[in-house]
Design a protein around this ligand. Structure first.
Ligand code: HEC
Length: 95
């Protein structure tokens, strides 16, 4: 009798984690499309997808923030992870 209850609890926890992850990725996507298209278009970011690893994106985002990109220190890790995880040609960065 206990099993279905445990299974549904695990499922609910997994769903919550999945939804939280999806929401974070969506926030990061919005931040990129708002903050990284001010000086150059998204094509500039698109061109670099798949060519930079996490560390390289971290360096790029840091450099762009130094130029004035509106990314908060709090949002930065999610933005870096989002960019590092995007495959070449991914929307909405590449249209
Ligand atoms: C304040 C203006 C400005 C903003 C905002 C900005 N950039 Fe840039 N970006 C530049 C300039 C200028 C260059 C070309 C010179 C250079 O590479 O430093 C550039 C070049 C790039 C390049 C190509 C060079 C490389 O290192 O691969 C990428 C990728 C890039 N930007 C990504 C981003 C991302 C991601 C964001 C948002 C976090 C962003 N930019 C926001 C000014 C900006």
């Amino acid at each position: 009798m206990k099993r279905p209850l445990i299974a549904s609890c695990l499922c609910a926890a997994a769903m919550t984690a999945f939804l939280a992850g999806a929401a974070l990725a969506q926030d990061a996507s919005k931040t990129v499309m708002a903050a990284c298209t001010k000086c150059h278009n998204a094509q500039r970011v698109c061109t670099a997808l798949g060519k930079k690893d996490q560390a390289a994106w971290d360096a790029t985002v840091t450099r762009m923030m130094g130029k004035g990109a509106q990314v908060s220190e709090k949002d930065k890790p999610a933005v870096v992870a989002y960019l590092a995880g995007l495959k070449p040609g991914s929307k909405p960065v590449c249209e």
